[in-house]
Design a protein around this ligand. Structure first.
Ligand SMILES: Cc1ncc(COP(=O)(O)O)c(C=O)c1O
Length: 495
């Protein structure tokens, strides 16, 4: 069969709106012909018009057509027969051609149980409602990000990538960065660690995900504070493990509840694998865990074998006196300490770390290797320089001054415009927790403020079982004038 198929030659998508942006012309020719072959419009073994004719038909250069034909031949759609012409390949199966092209195979492969649980976590979409002042959590002050210093360090360190043996870096992150972190953590947080106990991570979320992979699965359990950080709750729930909430009071995690619930009469197979806590500054109430509670918690962990995850977020932002030492400093053999540069530098860097007892490092490294091999070397080296040069300490000092100024503005505005709201935190961190007077309901307050273009968060968003009547105000990313405008706006919305 040697018919030529002029009438079946597809029309090129010439209308600019139809073109995928920036697709080269030869790609358009290629795609149009491939589609015509796959749909059966150009059947196997039929002969194509000459490249000259095709070029004329489409009004394109002959070279453009030749490029497309060569690509189709290389992929097996066409056969170029010397001294005869170009033919649609005989091996294109006719049943593929005759069947209508479907976007998805049917039935689609089922999602894994993990993916189904991940989808259930209701990751919040950004709202399209216009917001004038946004006090919601997750807003981070980035105006002071030391862009020039960071860029200079990246430039210098780029050359190091040339000398990197094997091209890849180290699984835990560059030794220099882990050494710099150990020095910093010993000085600022009283942490006892050697570089081989430190792994750089893509922020706290990366650390939490890794720990969940290593320790959690259906049939296991993890203890969390109630209320607690959503990033942790979500990754733990996605693991399929049972999440056990334990209430928090002004001294932090209520150990008595923990002991009551998890020691008396509980078989050892049901002892939780992990306990997640924010002892330096409870998320989101700001409570600092007392020394008594710390010791009780560690004793419980020692007796049960449960690993304690200490999330030390925001410890750089302490406004009244020096930061309290990390829990890890009391028991490096029981505690996995997590830190992040999301608040102190920028969340977009995705830079964090974990400090773990040495016996866990091999497992964590193996997990890391399968997940994403290693932390990004260049960013990690820039971080080492930034810490060692004193740049990080200087930056934190400036950021703390700015945050404190904004906190003072917020406190003054609250005292003046919402005097019945009780400020329950404020010694540290970049948000305030406020208890509402009994005549106000948190859901209603949030809804009325929202309608006035001001976004706050209800405490209930982070609670599992404990009753709540409070709101959270993230403030450090807002200018003082915006803070006042927001509080005046909330007061007005409640009148
Ligand atoms: C309790 C807590 N931990 C950690 C983080 C930071 O997470 P990441 O390092 O994944 O950005 C936050 C950020 O909001 C947080 O509130």
């Amino acid at each position: 069969m040697k018919a030529t198929l002029e009438s079946k030659i597809p029309i090129l998508p010439t209308h600019p709106a139809q073109k995928p942006p920036l697709e080269p012309l030869y790609r358009q020719v290629y795609r149009s012909l491939r589609q015509a072959i796959l749909s059966g419009a150009l059947p196997p073994q039929s002969k194509l018009p000459s490249s000259r004719e095709l070029a004329r038909t489409w009004g394109v250069a002959r070279n453009t057509v030749l490029e497309a034909l060569e690509l189709l031949a290389a992929e097996g759609f066409l056969e170029m027969r010397p001294a005869s012409g170009t033919y649609i390949s005989a091996t294109i199966k006719s049943e593929i051609q005759s069947k209508p092209q479907k976007v998805r195979p049917s039935p689609t492969p089922p999602l894994s149980e993990w993916a189904k649980r991940a989808l259930e976590q209701k990751i919040e979409a950004k709202s399209s409602t216009p917001i004038t002042i946004d006090f919601r959590m997750g807003n981070v002050p980035t105006s002071l990000f030391p862009a020039e210093e960071w860029a200079a360090s990246l430039k210098v360190r780029s050359k190091d990538l040339r000398g990197l043996a094997g091209g890849y870096g180290q699984g835990l992150g560059p030794l220099e960065t882990r050494e710099a972190l150990c020095e910093y953590l010993a000085k600022e947080r009283g942490i006892l660690a050697t570089p081989d106990m430190v792994m750089l991570s893509s922020g706290s979320q990366g650390s939490l995900d890794m720990l969940a992979r290593v320790f959690l699965e259906p049939g296991r359990s993890v203890v969390v504070e109630d209320p607690s950080y959503l990033g942790a709750l979500q990754v733990f729930s996605a693991s399929g493990a049972q999440v056990i909430p334990i209430p928090v009071d002004h001294e932090g995690l209520h150990i008595e509840h923990l002991v009551e619930k998890l020691v008396k009469g509980v078989p050892s197979s049901q002892i939780p694998a992990l306990l997640y806590t924010t002892p330096s500054h409870h998320f989101p109430t700001g409570a600092v865990m007392s020394v008594q509670r710390r010791l009780e918690l560690l004793e419980w962990a020692q007796n049960t074998g449960c690993w304690v995850i200490e999330d030390d977020y925001n410890s750089e932002f302490r406004f009244d006196g020096r930061p309290i030492s990390a829990l890890q400093a009391l028991a490096p053999h029981l505690v996995i300490h997590l830190g992040t540069f999301s608040k102190s530098l920028a969340p977009a860097l995705r830079a964090g770390y974990l400090v773990a007892p040495p016996e866990l490092i091999e497992t964590l490294s193996a997990t890391r290797y399968l997940t994403d091999r290693q932390p990004p070397t260049l960013d990690s080296l820039a971080l080492a320089d930034f810490i060692r040069s004193g740049g990080f300490a200087r930056h934190i000092k400036r950021a703390r001054v700015q945050a404190l100024e904004r906190l003072s503005t917020l406190r003054a505005a609250l005292t003046q415009h919402l005097p019945d709201w009780q400020i329950k935190s404020g010694g540290a961190g970049l948000h305030l927790y406020l208890e509402l007077p009994p005549y106000l309901l948190e859901r209603e307050v949030v809804a009325r403020a929202y309608a006035a273009g001001i976004a706050l968060e209800p405490l209930a968003k982070y609670a599992q079982r404990v009753p709540t009547n409070g709101v959270l105000l993230s403030f450090a990313h807002l200018e003082p004038a915006q803070i006042v405008q927001g509080i005046v706006g909330v007061a007005g919305a409640l009148e």
